[in-house]
Design a protein. Structure first.
Length: 294
């Protein structure tokens, strides 16, 4: 009796343990879950915590709701002018609707990737196809991917129950033939810009030089005018001084002018001057003033 009772207790405890292990389950903070009954969803988006289910008839499917990364292969796209570019990108995505995600992928992450990747490829192909090469090169990559990210996010939420958080372009390369053509065109544009800047600089330098020459001529004219004015004023003042001095002794200054004329006449060698003894010069020498040494 005792052995049978012990066996019943052990069996009862084992049944309770089995029932508890198959009835209770825990959803982690990084997970969401759906409850299934014979494969049909009976409870959606189960939140983190301890939960109960009916053993055997009900099963739980858990999904990782952390942000996941899909690193796509480099793909070749055509631009608006039919130029090829090679784009290397990756996608950040996250499960936001567990029920829709389960119905679309059966909870298989690889299946989700296989469904997301062609959608991303199509979206990028459309985006690059509406832009020309210069726009792709000049625009910021984050701004370039804003439109495809928003469009694909709305689509994937409806189709797969996942959010497309971001599409990032790691690198944009050009095929070798396109790179050479782009390089040649860019070099031609830079040379043209250089010629334009050089012409503008030369034109500006000529304008500055012309202004400087005009200013110089104005300054010289003003200086000459000022110098002539000062010279005239000086000559007038000198004439006034000479006139005043001449008025004090007219006979002496008349003699001085005669001497100055003689000096100018005898500047060369071998010059000779013949004077009449009755001339003013000899008359002055005979005058009392000359004899007195005045």
């Amino acid at each position: 009796m005792i052995n049978n009772r012990s066996l019943l207790i052990v069996g009862g405890l084992a049944a309770v343990a089995w029932l508890a292990s198959n009835s209770l389950y825990v959803i982690d903070e990084t997970e969401r879950a759906v409850k299934l009954r014979f494969g049909e969803v009976v409870e959606e988006n189960i939140q983190p915590g301890l939960h109960f289910k009916i053993p055997i008839t009900q099963t739980i499917r858990k999904f990782d709701t952390r942000v996941l990364t899909l690193d796509t292969d480099a793909s070749r796209y055509l631009t608006l002018e039919q130029k090829a570019v090679i784009v290397d990108s990756y996608v950040k995505w996250q499960v936001v609707n567990p029920t829709r995600y389960y119905e679309a992928t059966a909870g298989d992450e690889l299946q989700a990737v296989r469904l997301i990747q062609p959608r991303v490829d199509e979206s990028l192909r459309n985006e690059f196809g509406r832009l020309n090469l210069s726009q792709i090169i000049s625009e910021q990559r984050d701004e370039l991917m804003t439109g495809p990210t928003e469009e694909l996010n709305d689509l994937m939420r409806d189709e797969l129950g996942v959010a497309i958080l971001d599409i990032r372009v790691k690198r944009i390369d050009l095929p070798e033939d396109v790179s050479s053509a782009v390089y040649d065109r860019m070099r031609s544009e830079r040379e043209r810009e250089a010629r334009e800047w050089r012409a503008q600089g030369q034109e500006e330098s000529e304008r500055i030089r012309a202004n400087a020459d005009r200013r110089r001529q104005v300054l010289l004219a003003q200086a000459n005018e000022r110098s002539e004015t000062l010279r005239g004023e000086g000559d007038a003042e000198a004439a006034a001084i000479y006139s005043e001095a001449y008025g004090k002794d007219e006979e002496f200054f008349s003699f001085w002018r005669s001497l100055d004329a003689y000096r100018s006449s005898f500047e060369g060698d071998g010059n000779m001057l013949v004077l009449d003894p009755s001339s003013d010069f000899f008359q002055y020498l005979k005058s009392p003033n000359a004899q007195a040494g005045e």
